[in-house]
Design a protein around this ligand. Structure first.
Ligand code: SIN
Length: 334
């Protein structure tokens, strides 16, 4: 294919370890995330010239745990802007991996297009021996350039694998195979210049959602609290007093709560805060009224979303003025 017949793909940079630099090629300690521009990351991979015609934009330059509401909303607007360009086939977002899961899921709910959106990052800084960023970015471009990936919602491409944004978990703090889909499995692979997919996400995403953030400049405050043995519930009350509009409680087992925590949660609900129960365990489902009386306490069962993804969905639902009952429907749908 000649350069002008290649698909046009926009690559949006936000920082992270993929753009990070270390003190030496063999040492992690002392490395800094978010140092190189996305243009430099692309320039370091000449093989991309044969895959797509690339545009790039630096949307942010941060470590992913510092991405706040304003940056998330700005990123969504820039993704939607590029997808609205007639001849743009897809968008790639390079992200830090620490909080990649929640940014990917946020985009999965607010992108308004059937065109492909791929998120990628790296576990090793770009200056490392065997840095994983360049191959992840190359694979992300191959995935975004393929017609096979359109209409599947936001996809995460890491370590040769294609994973749905709703399903992806960062399983390990350090290893290059950290990103997995432990409950629902990966969608497929990107190997050489081939995308091989085996299934489709079942939950509603992108232009089928009711969420429109185009005019928002902030999101409601939602905090996460972990429940534990003999929990006093004090953290719940403190967060409500600090102004939380929504809370995700990551409870033990099927998101069970201690009696004191349950009392604090009930008080939060009575004061107008929407509370979602999500699993403290790495995987599994939290169903309404199993081991905890959601009907009595006025709480929402978080289905299979992890606490960080439950926070994203709850914030979006609250931003759209939803009641606790409507939030429950959102968790049953998305
Ligand atoms: C970050 O999340 O921004 C830093 C860590 C990483 O990208 O792996």
């Amino acid at each position: 294919m000649s350069a002008n017949t290649l698909p046009r793909i926009a690559v949006l940079g936000t920082g992270g370890t993929i753009a990070g630099a270390g003190i030496s090629s063999t040492q992690y300690s002392g490395y800094r995330a978010a140092v190189s521009g996305v243009d430099q990351l692309l320039a370091a991979i000449p093989a991309l010239q044969d895959v797509a015609s690339l545009e790039c934009e630096q949307v942010a330059q941060v470590a992913s745990q510092n991405i706040g509401s304003a940056t998330l909303l700005h990123l969504a607007r820039r993704v939607n802007y590029w997808l609205n360009e007639m001849d743009c086939a897809g968008v790639i977002v390079t992200l830090g991996t620490n909080a990649l899961e929640e940014t990917a899921y946020f985009l999965n709910l607010v992108v308004k297009s059937r065109k492909t959106v791929v998120v990628t990052g790296a576990m090793r800084p770009s200056t490392s021996l065997s840095a994983d960023g360049p191959m992840n970015l190359y694979r992300a471009v191959v995935a975004a350039a393929s017609p096979l990936t359109a209409g599947l919602g936001v996809l995460v491409v890491m370590n040769d694998q294609v994973i749905a944004a709703r399903d992806v978990h960062k399983m390990d703090t350090m290893t290059v195979d950290s990103f997995k889909a432990p409950v629902f499995g990966i969608l497929g692979w990107v190997l050489d210049k081939q995308v091989r997919l085996y299934k489709k996400p079942a939950r509603v995403h992108t232009d089928d959602t009711e969420f429109d953030t185009s005019q928002m400049d902030t999101l409601p405050r939602v905090d996460i609290v972990m429940g534990y043995q003999d929990d006093s519930g004090v953290a719940v009350s403190a967060l409500v007093n600090a102004g939380a509009q929504g809370l995700v409680v990551a409870g033990a087992g099927t998101a069970s709560l201690s009696d004191a925590m349950a009392e604090a949660v009930s008080a939060a609900v009575r004061s107008g805060v929407v509370v979602v129960r999500a699993p403290r365990s790495a995987t599994g489902i939290v169903m309404k009224n199993i081991e905890f009386d959601d009907s009595m306490h006025g709480t929402v069962a978080g289905d299979t979303l992890s606490p960080v993804k439950a926070k994203v969905l709850l914030a979006l639902a609250l931003a759209h003025g939803k009641s606790a009952e409507e939030v429950q429907s959102a968790f049953d749908r998305y």
